[in-house]
Design a protein around this ligand. Structure first.
Ligand code: IMP
Length: 194
């Protein structure tokens, strides 16, 4: 079975491919010749992921899954949430996003937050949804050089290091994305036992 992962990121795709039974072959957007700007006009992570998966499934006639991730901060009523990539503007500047986040949080006591990943799978006319969450705390200043995005200011519950200080192995075991991906893999593996 060929299945499109709605991403241009070969690294992300390979990571999921290694977790799947070998009769499922993942194709990137580039591999199917899809260079469309798919508008992320949804109000939630789930809506955006659905828009992407449905666009590919309908336009290119492949089963497809898509993901969308956000950081939800409780004291900011769930911001930046669906706007995580462009919190400080359309230029998607990670440093500016972090600066804005720390500014908005100021000296608020409640610094609890969570990363959420939603994966939507458009398969045989049905949409399946898989969610992964990791809870943690936003610290006052950046620590660590690994990871990407908001990793330097996010300490997952049960750890005293930020995602940018933890090894990729640890992050990739406990992360929102890993948890959502595990659920997808479990679902697909049950459909395609090896
Ligand atoms: P995407 O849906 O994977 O493109 O993620 C949207 C935005 O959320 C990214 O641009 C990052 O700012 C943030 N983000 C997603 N995943 C992570 C992560 O694992 N660590 C830190 N930030 C992340």
């Amino acid at each position: 079975m060929q299945l499109v992962f709605a991403t241009h990121n070969a690294h992300k795709l390979n990571e999921v491919q290694t977790m799947l039974p070998k009769q499922i072959r993942l194709l990137s957007l580039d591999a199917i010749g899809c260079h469309d700007e798919i508008p992320e006009t949804g109000n939630t992570l789930e809506e955006n992921a659905k828009i992407k998966a449905l666009h590919v499934a309908k336009t290119y006639s492949y089963p497809c899954f898509a993901d969308d991730t956000g950081l939800l901060v409780n004291a900011l009523n769930g911001a930046p949430g669906v706007f995580s990539a462009r919190y400080a503007g359309n230029h998607k500047d990670t440093e500016a996003n972090i600066r804005k986040l720390l500014f908005e949080l100021g000296s608020k006591k409640d610094r609890s937050a969570r990363f959420e990943t939603v994966i939507t799978l458009a398969l045989q006319g049905e949409m399946h949804v898989f969610k992964g969450v990791v809870s943690g705390t936003i610290i006052q200043e950046k620590r660590g050089t690994g990871g990407f995005g908001y990793d330097p200011v996010f300490v997952p519950d049960g750890y005293d290091k930020t995602f940018a200080e933890l090894s990729p192995q640890v992050k990739n075991t406990i992360s929102h994305r890993a948890r959502a991906t595990e659920k997808l893999v479990h679902f697909l593996s049950a459909l395609n036992p090896s």
